[in-house]
Design a protein around this ligand. Structure first.
Ligand code: T4K
Length: 392
């Protein structure tokens, strides 16, 4: 690339021939609460011989999650993607639904999988969330809804999106996969729009191995989604609604209950790591740690670094150099849903209206964090960045 220095092999060997870390440091390392508590719960599940199908542990999990979020209904699911699909169907979305392209592919797939066209709207480069003005521009007579994503746990522009939805008679729901334990305007995420969808995947701030949930204050919607989660069964032998198998199993709920009791410690660890990153990356030219809004609650699960034009090393070179040091940074959500094969083929010109999406996707690096990461490891990661900046 003109004007950029290509790193040599010697530059990349920060620590001589050996990588900085003997074991890989992953983004998305699971946070695990008390092993003893979990195993105790597993034993009682095995003793009870009730493993799935809305068992007592799932019911307790739903109760505790709803209380934690301050929402009326929590419907636990087998994963976030199926939860999105069920929410989309329960809301009756059809035709076109507006979503960001800068999100995990599941947000778009959950629509496409059901024959609904995901229409990609551009994002705000400062927050990485949907730009309400861009959403307005993508509305057509076929639009039935909007899915906002609270990316990196930062609240999407909920009020503006609700205003657009109300103005145009559209349904609004949120993909809150990143946002467990986060707030928007001081209120817990989980109660906005018609419903919100969480992921409790192993890599998430709060995990149940695999899992997800839909949360809502709407009684009728919650009832429909409960039916859809279990093939539409009402009691024995009576199916009253089309449905699928979206059920969470007992062992996943046991993991959830265990982890729920340790969330405060995970937030502390993530916050500590985030601050350590802020210290070690401060002053490096062209390297910007995406700030968290100090007023809102966040889980600090995503440490996002943007590599700007004024950085003399390419984003991809930085990621390659980090990988050479066993720091397995990620380029989420490069290159954007619109450039992934299924959508690239369906909408070859989508990128024309996604200037900010393209720019942000090209400059983001996601760094490891979580309760397993120590401050001295953050310091080493910082020194790799410093060597890179100096070697350019
Ligand atoms: N909406 C949004 C905005 C999402 O971010 C997601 C999921 C969804 C919807 C869908 O929710 P789910 O249906 O997944 O519940 C990972 C996760 O699999 C995915 O859940 C997550 N988003 C996405 C952001 O990250 P990949 O393709 O990056 O996974 P993979 O296998 O590369 O693993 C990621 C990192 O985590 C690696 O560094 C390894 C590490 N890891 C992973 C697992 C499973 C561990 O250290 N231990 C583990 O057990 O998608």
């Amino acid at each position: 690339m003109p004007g950029k220095t290509i790193l040599t092999k010697a530059d990349l060997a920060i620590n001589g021939a050996d990588p900085a870390f003997a074991e890989p440091l992953h983004v998305g390392r699971p946070n695990i609460g008390s092993r003893e508590d979990f195993l105790e719960r597993v034993n009682s599940i095995l003793d009870s011989r009730w493993l799935s199908n809305n068992g007592p542990v799932v019911q307790e999990f739903e109760k505790q999650v709803a209380a934690y979020l301050g929402v009326k209904h929590c419907i636990a699911m087998c994963n976030g993607t199926v939860a999105l699909e069920i929410a989309i169907r329960a809301l009756g979305l059809t035709g076109e639904v507006i979503v960001p392209a800068y999100t995990f592919i599941a947000t778009a797939h959950a629509l496409h999988w059901q024959g609904i066209t995901p229409v990609f709207a551009d994002i705000d480069p400062d927050t990485h969330n949907l730009d309400p003005g861009a959403v307005r521009r993508m509305i057509t007579p076929r639009t039935s809804g909007i899915i906002g994503v609270h990316l990196w746990g930062r609240g999407a522009p909920v009020d503006e999106l609700q205003e657009i939805a109300d103005e145009h008679g559209l349904k609004l729901m949120f993909d809150a996969a990143h946002a467990f334990g986060c707030s928007y305007k001081g209120q817990s995420i989980g109660r906005f729009g018609a419903c919100e969808v969480f992921s409790f995947h192993a890599t998430k701030f709060f995990n149940t191995f695999e899992g997800g949930a839909i949360t809502t204050d709407d009684d009728a919607l919650a009832e429909t989604m409960r039916l859809m989660r279990n093939f539409g069964f009402q009691g024995y032998d009576n199916v009253i609604h089309p449905g699928t198998n979206g059920k969470m199993v007992e062992i996943c709920a046991a993991m959830g209950l265990t982890n729920l009791a340790h969330l405060a410690a995970v937030i502390d660890a993530n916050r500590r790591n985030y601050r350590a990153y802020a210290d070690v990356l401060a002053g490096l030219p062209g390297i910007r740690l995406l700030p968290y809004d100090g007023v809102e609650r966040n889980n600090f699960q995503y440490v996002i670094v943007e590599i700007g034009q004024d950085c003399l090393v390419d984003r991809d070179e930085i990621v390659a150099a980090l990988h050479a040091e066993n720091i397995l940074a990620r380029k989420y959500f490069w290159p954007g849903c619109h450039k992934m094969k299924p959508y690239r083929e369906l909408f070859p010109h989508a990128g024309l209206v996604l200037g900010q999406t393209n720019a942000v996707a090209a400059r983001v690096v996601v760094l490891p964090t979580g309760s397993m990461l120590h401050e001295d490891e953050v310091a080493t990661i910082g020194s790799v960045f410093r060597v890179l900046a100096a070697s350019a």
